[in-house]
Write a protein that binds this ligand. Structure first.
Ligand code: ZN
Length: 110
């Protein structure tokens, strides 16, 4: 069952439009820089986010990398506890954000 899902997903990736290829072709270091930059300029929060759920994307822009979250991609939906804004991230972008913000918190001596 899991194998079948994996196969179907990779099939979708091949058939998806350019932005998906762009996202998957993105250098992970570039992605990390981009997300770090967004945390610095306030577009992404530094504080803990309330988990709202995981869904498949339906065409929104990811708040982390700016690419569209395609239907075949997992979307992580969170709410910022400070200003109640909703943050939508690719699962991968969420992991990077989470790692970066804990690094920053540690560097700030929190
Ligand atoms: Zn993203």
């Amino acid at each position: 069952m899991i194998t079948r899902c994996g196969f179907r997903e990779s099939h979708y990736y091949i058939g998806e439009s350019d932005y998906v290829m762009l996202f998957f072709g993105m250098d992970p270091n570039l992605l990390r820089d981009l997300i770090r930059q967004r945390i610095h300029d306030g577009r992404l929060p530094r504080t803990h986010l309330i988990e709202l759920g995981h869904w498949h994307g339906f065409g929104q822009a990811c708040d982390g990398c700016g690419s569209t979250i395609a239907r075949n991609q997992k979307m992580n939906v969170r709410m910022c506890a400070d200003d109640w804004r909703t943050i939508r991230l690719h699962d991968d972008c969420f992991q990077i954000w989470d790692a970066e913000r804990s690094l920053m918190a540690r560097a700030a001596g929190a």
